[in-house]
Design a protein around this ligand. Structure first.
Ligand code: BES
Ligand code: MN
Ligand code: ZN
Length: 489
């Protein structure tokens, strides 16, 4: 999608459509030449209610430069927020596409830096659809969207560019996360990370199976052991901050397919577990956006990639696995009770690796538990942290970006649920509080380092179409993390 800014005086050239956002029971602020169109409009036809869309033909009378006027309701002004605007924008873009209109102008309302960012972002996100393997390929249909604003042009251009980078990085994440397990397996993901690094001047280090064995990444090796597609630890670095500033680590779970392993999942809906790499894909998108935005931070991305499969080389229930120890005296040992609780096992290695790199903060993204989906549905990610201030910052970033996160507790009682008779801890804590016992497992690996865990099991995939997301991967985590990194320390 091609997005351009135009100044308020606008509409000097004929356009297929002008889009005007309107609040509930307020007169839509249409360009002067279109005002006559509203004269006979009744409140029953259009009153600015949330989700309302009304298409009017202008009749092409003299002085009217747009062939159509699309009125889009935003609901009550007092209840306005950026998420409502993103959804209205998504519905608008979908309608324009359905009408086959390749050009339109949106009159920005309200007209602020934040709303400009939101409209651009939502328009680009709404334009993505996973069509790579479909005969009728819809994605090659570039649309020109003009956004009219009163904002000073240089500043508005910067906002446009930033929003484009973030949204395109989300779509980049989605385009990988949408791919199935036969196409994206750990080495393929590593190859894509290397390509990203080459393109944006990032450092990329890949630990293949031999390197993982050499350095003792016992968790990743155990989980990946059942597949002929070998596990990989992918480490990306972006250095945009002062040399003496400790980096932030973003860690991602990338199980390219989660069959459950020996504790195999039911075959019904097992296909959905191709999305189990979404955390790792988000890390790639975050690194891409940070580099393009030239964020003044140091960032390390760590992706634990493995395929969880049943075979004679799989890890088994009852196994005792030793996690990566780095320079610690010994690695944390795990009694494996369920091979399907594999995410925490690979993340343990990745978190210890990040900690050993001397980072300030670790944030991990993982499609970790079905229990998190039971608790929060697909409306919010589960948020866990050993630091209340960090947790609150992430929650606030979620509120701003629409990638909502909701805090859940990490009381010591949950830790007791994963005590093991034979190892340091076990990888399941029973049915109750499953999202929390999984987080309590990870907490041990973070040690004293400031850490947060975001369980994206419910938010990484849209099972139904949403206003600005087609069905499929959502790229959850990219907008959230970039917003967080943009906040003053
Ligand atoms: N990748 C799944 C989590 C998941 C399950 C996400 C369903 C979305 C929907 C994870 O590896 C898993 O299998 N977790 C188990 C843990 C259990 C065995 C303790 C789960 O949630 O059932
Ligand atoms: Mn699993
Ligand atoms: Zn999994």
């Amino acid at each position: 999608m091609n997005i351009r800014l135009i100044s308020q005086s606008v509409f000097t050239q004929p356009l297929p459509a002008v889009v005007v956002f309107a609040f509930h029971k307020e007169r839509p602020a249409v360009p002067a030449s279109l005002k006559p169109l509203l004269q006979r409009l009744t409140g029953k036809e259009f009153d600015g209610s949330d989700k309302q869309l009304l298409l009017l033909h202008t009749g092409g009378k003299a002085g009217i430069r747009a062939a159509r006027l699309l009125l889009v309701g935003l609901g009550k002004r007092a209840e306005f927020n950026l998420e409502k605007l993103r959804r209205a924008t998504g519905n608008t873009v979908k309608r324009l596409n359905a009408l086959g209109l390749d050009r339109a102008a949106i009159q920005l309302n309200p007209d602020t830096p934040e709303t400009l960012h939101a409209v651009v972002e939502a328009a680009i996100l709404a334009g993505y659809k996973f069509t790579e393997f479909k005969a009728e390929n819809h994605s090659g249909n570039p649309k020109t969207l003009m956004i009219s604003t009163k904002l000073a042009l240089p500043a508005a251009k910067q906002i446009l560019q930033n929003a484009q980078v973030v949204a395109e990085s989300v779509n980049y994440t989605r385009a990988i996360a949408d791919l199935p397990g036969n196409i994206v397996y750990p080495a393929e993901l590593a190859g894509r990370a290397q390509k990203l690094a080459d393109e944006f001047n990032l450092t990329c280090q890949i630990f293949d199976k031999a390197a993982l064995e050499r350095d003792g990444f016992g968790g990743l090796l155990a989980v990946g052991g059942g597949s002929s597609r070998e596990p990989q630890l992918i480490v990306l670095e972006y250095n945009g901050g002062p040399v003496d500033q400790k980096p932030v680590a973003v860690v991602g779970k990338a199980i390219t397919f989660d069959s459950g392993g020996i504790s195999i999942k039911p075959s019904d809906k097992m296909d959905e577990m191709k999305f189990d790499k979404s955390g790792g894909c988000a890390v790639l998108g975050i690194m891409r956006a940070a580099a393009l935005l030239k964020l003044p931070v140091n960032l390390i991305g760590v992706i634990a990639a493995a395929e969880n499969m049943p075979s004679s080389t799989s890890y088994r229930p009852g196994d005792i696995v030793t996690s990566y120890k780095g320079t610690d005296k010994r690695g944390i040992t795990i009694e494996v009770l369920n091979t399907d609780a594999e995410g925490r096992v690979v993340l343990g290695d990745a978190i210890v690796y990040a900690r050993q790199r001397g980072v300030q903060t670790i944030v991990d993204f993982a499609t970790l538990t079905g229990a998190c989906v039971v608790a929060l549905g697909d409306f919010a990610a589960g948020l866990f942290s050993n630091d209340d201030a960090l947790s609150e910052k992430i929650r606030a970033a979620g509120e701003r970006t629409g990638e909502r996160c909701w805090p859940l507790p990490l009381w010591p009682e949950y830790r007791d649920k994963i005590k093991s008779d034979v190892a340091d801890h076990k990888n399941t804590g029973g049915r109750y509080g499953g999202a929390i016992t999984a987080a309590a497992f990870l907490e041990r690996y973070a040690g004293q380092t400031q850490w947060a865990h975001v369980d994206i099991a419910g938010t990484a995939w849209a099972t139904d179409e949403r206003p600005y997301f087609a069905k499929g991967a959502t790229g959850f985590g990219v907008r959230l993390m970039i917003d967080l990194l943009n906040q003053p320390k």
